[in-house]
Design a protein around this ligand. Structure first.
Ligand code: AGP
Length: 614
């Protein structure tokens, strides 16, 4: 959703805040703003609709260098609109008490309408349609000389989610921050403190961070944070060390983060696999699970909760767990799961998949599962994220930061980790050591297989440019390739805005085939695996309606090549690794179509990297 950042220290704050916003822009990018102290002690607020770069331009044009040089404390925000259009008025920070208090907020104040009415009855004048402004005025109403106390009292009246940073003209050396439901991290530096929605805005200044937890409020000065509950009880939170370098959050010479992250997959998957395969016992070592083979053997059903691309990985997981571990597996859309009063018990293992570890619906599904007494494990990429911490056990992807909004390396790492988990659960059941060893070989070969697909990138680009002007597309596959087709469609949809749908290949005949014509391409996953013959039949049905067919085909499979208009060749794989290898080809196809259409690939319209509200 939104990204917030704050700074107090000895360095010029505005430049640092703007750089922090650039790093957080993947979280939301429809408007931005910052607030800082002027030499006269007043709070200066500058806001702009559109990207952070426009705000930066406005800052330079409307302030002088001395003013910026002398500002050593400030807060800033990049927005993903929930309430009110992405305009300058609705951009954050929002102020109260004629500008004496300024606030930036990530989340949703659900009871903002009643707070607004109450504040208006006290004479407060609102200048925006946002939920956040109501909180700013509420803090103002409670302010009696102690900013921390005023924010605590106001937050007790709030329903919803928040990560906030607040400043006041009466406290030019303080920032008050608090979180409930939205992430907030504090970076502890030498004579300076940075607060942000995630570590990507902090890592270039310090690697020592504190993850605030729900219900925490902190008084932040350049000496560091003091953390309390809303009832003013002191809270201790451990200092953690960020494990990745700032370079990981830069484009490294690639045109887009998405392309960089696609080409990073061999290395990212090596990191996800490293030290996790036992080549003697033919099983996987997933110490973060913290479960003995005996405990794993008692698991009778697996439930996977996730959203978007992570749910597609979970749907691939169903095929892996049922085939390799004979374990009934139900992938569930988290937003449905959290409200359907799920039937869970002590012998169910709930696996929550989330790249960011902050997706609100998946987090709520985790909390509901814990409430129901199920075993819960998190499968996350962001270390220290809320889902990872609250699940209490799980597996980190180690894929490195994923900045592009369209998830790529996280998907392939998620499926690879699910494959290792299925191997481990299988070896606690009927899977033999020989089969386990074979699977370890298969998994070890994934990075080099991906290299072979990346080597096809130019050929894929040529095909993609040919289809860049279409308005619709179908992706079809069978078995474990069905959720892979869903993922291919999602990638094309979210970055090129082409209306794409994924289907189980046989499903077309039950309606969707009515849409096909010569302008409606079908991307068919024709990997040389069980079910291919049937999919070839479905391809013939599409061709009979003049639909052009792009085949993802196993190299050397001429039978499949013959039925396609265009062919993307990938190496031969087993069905267990096919979704990973095929996904890379589909990611490249989507990327090159979107680039040919001139789309904003890293920050697609209307999207955000981590969905922290319902
Ligand atoms: C994928 O490209 C999208 N960005 C989106 O569907 C994403 O997968 C979904 O929001 C889940 O995010 P998570 O993995 O961080 O929970």
């Amino acid at each position: 959703m939104c990204g917030i950042v704050g700074y107090v220290g000895k360095r010029p704050a505005t430049e640092l805040l703007i750089n922090g916003l650039h790093r957080l822009e993947y979280r939301g990018y429809d408007s931005a703003g910052l607030a800082f102290f002027t030499a006269s002690g007043a709070i200066r607020v500058i806001k702009q609709a559109g990207k952070v770069a426009l705000l930066e331009k406005k800052l330079i044009e409307t302030t002088d260098a001395t003013e910026r040089e002398n500002a050593h404390l400030g807060i800033a925000h990049t927005r993903w609109a929930t309430h009110g259009l992405p305009t300058e008025e609705n951009a954050h920070p929002h102020t109260a008490c004629s500008g004496e208090i300024a606030l930036v907020h990530n989340g949703i104040i659900e009871n903002y309408a009643s707070i607004r009415k109450q504040m208006e009855s006290h004479g407060c004048v609102f200048s925006s349609q946002t939920d956040t402004e109501a909180l700013a005025h509420l803090i103002g109403a409670y302010y009696k000389g102690d900013l921390l106390a005023a924010v605590s009292q106001a937050l007790k009246k709030v329903e919803g989610t928040y990560g906030i940073a607040v400043i006041s003209v009466h406290h030019p050396d303080q920032i008050v921050v608090a979180r409930k439901g939205s992430p907030l991290v504090i970076g502890v530096g030498e004579n300076e403190t940075i607060v942000a929605s995630d570590v990507s805005a902090i890592v270039s200044h310090t690697r020592q961070v504190i993850y605030l937890q729900d219900g925490d409020i902190a008084l932040v000065t350049l000496a560091g944070p003091q953390i309390f509950t809303l009832d003013n009880a002191t809270v201790h939170r451990p200092v953690a060390t960020i494990e990745w370098e700032i370079g990981a959050a830069e484009k490294g010479g690639f045109e887009h983060f998405m392309l960089k992250e696609i080409f990073e997959q061999p290395m990212a998957l090596q990191n996800a696999i490293r030290g996790r395969l036992d080549m003697a016992l033919g099983t996987a070592i997933l110490s973060g699970l913290n479960m003995t083979p005996r405990e794993l053997a008692t698991v009778q059903r697996l439930i996977i909760v996730a959203c978007g691309t992570s749910l597609h990985a979970g749907m691939v997981g169903k095929y892996l767990f049922e085939a390799l571990a004979t374990l009934p597996t139900d992938p569930e859309q988290a937003a449905e799961f959290r409200y359907c009063n799920p039937i869970l018990g002590p012998n169910e293992l709930v696996v929550a998949i989330s790249q960011s570890g902050e997706t609100a619906d998946t987090l709520a599904a985790v909390r509901e599962s814990i409430q129901k007494g199920a075993l819960v494990a998190g499968l996350c990429n962001v270390v220290g994220s809320t889902i990872a911490r609250e699940a209490g056990r799980g597996v980190y992807l180690h894929a490195g930061p994923e900045i592009g909004v369209a998830s790529t390396k996280a998907f392939t790492a998620q499926v690879t980790v699910l494959l290792m988990l299925a191997l481990k659960l299988g070896r606690c059941r009927r899977l033999s050591r020989e089969d386990g060893l074979w699977l370890c070989q298969e998994i070890t070969a994934i990075p080099s297989m991906i290299e072979k697909v990346l080597a096809q990138s130019h050929a894929i680009e040529v095909i993609a440019s040919k289809y860049a002007s279409v308005s619709n597309a179908f992706f079809i596959g069978r078995g474990i390739l069905y959720p892979t087709a869903l993922e291919g469609a999602l990638k094309l949809k979210e970055i090129s805005y082409i209306h794409a749908e994924g289907y189980q290949a046989a499903e077309l005949k039950h309606g969707p085939i009515a849409l096909l014509d010569e302008h409606f391409p079908v991307i068919a996953l024709l990997n040389d695996l069980p079910g291919k013959e049937k999919t070839l039949g479905n391809v013939q049905e599409c061709r009979a309606r003049k639909a052009p067919v792009i085949g993802i085909v196993t190299e050397g499979d001429h039978e499949a090549e013959e039925v396609c208009n265009d062919v993307i060749r990938i190496p031969r794989t087993s069905q267990y690794t096919a979704p990973v290898i095929t996904a890379v080809a589909l990611q490249l196809f989507a990327y090159y179509v979107a680039r040919a259409r001139g789309c904003e690939i890293d920050q697609p319209r209307n999207l955000a990297k981590s969905v922290t509200v319902e």
